[in-house]
Design a protein around this ligand. Structure first.
Ligand code: HEC
Length: 142
């Protein structure tokens, strides 16, 4: 069998494209703006990150509400209105506006600091790039 360097290179590239988070982070530098982080957000990385949400949230169209509401179509929707039959807290229902990039970023960083009284008992995602990836993923699910 002959050694095929081209195939090896292709396989190596494929492996990198599966998770280039370290590379993306390096490109961002130490103090990126929110817009810069959103610019390199990766929905596929966000799909993997969604694993930490999936215990409480389904996201497929028509999926059932669990501990948390189904999140299909939540991006761009008015806060606490995407799933009318879900029992949102008064605290979340009192929020104005829609789930856009910035609003989701604030929520996902620390839900209970963002909306005191929420029942989303989730510590939050500290890493801005990981939040941007999640937001990019939510955008694809609508
Ligand atoms: C421990 C369970 C739990 C986990 C884990 C969790 N959530 Fe939630 N989530 C909830 C609950 C409960 C609510 C409703 C909160 C309320 O009404 O105050 C909610 C609400 C939301 C909403 C608002 C929905 C709407 O219709 O307005 C979004 C967006 C959301 N979660 C995203 C996420 C994402 C993204 C993750 C993962 C990074 C996540 N959640 C992890 C339980 C959870």
């Amino acid at each position: 069998m002959t050694f095929r360097p081209t195939l090896v290179a292709v396989l190596a590239l494929a492996a990198c494209s599966r998770d280039d988070t370290a590379e993306r982070r390096a490109r961002l530098g130490p103090n990126p703006t929110f817009a810069q982080v959103m610019q390199i957000a990766d929905a596929q990385a966000g799909a993997r990150g969604f694993g930490q949400c999936a215990a409480c949230h389904s996201i497929a169209a028509g999926g059932a509400d669990r501990n948390g509401p189904n999140l299909h179509g939540v991006y761009g929707a008015p806060i606490a209105q995407n799933r009318p039959r879900f029992g949102y807290t008064d605290a979340l229902q009192a929020q104005r506006g829609v789930w856009d990039d910035r609003r989701l970023d604030r929520w996902l960083a620390d839900p209970r600091a963002d909306v005191p009284g929420t029942t989303m008992t989730f510590a939050g995602v500290r890493d801005p790039l990981a939040r941007a990836d999640l937001i990019a993923y939510l955008k694809t699910q609508r």
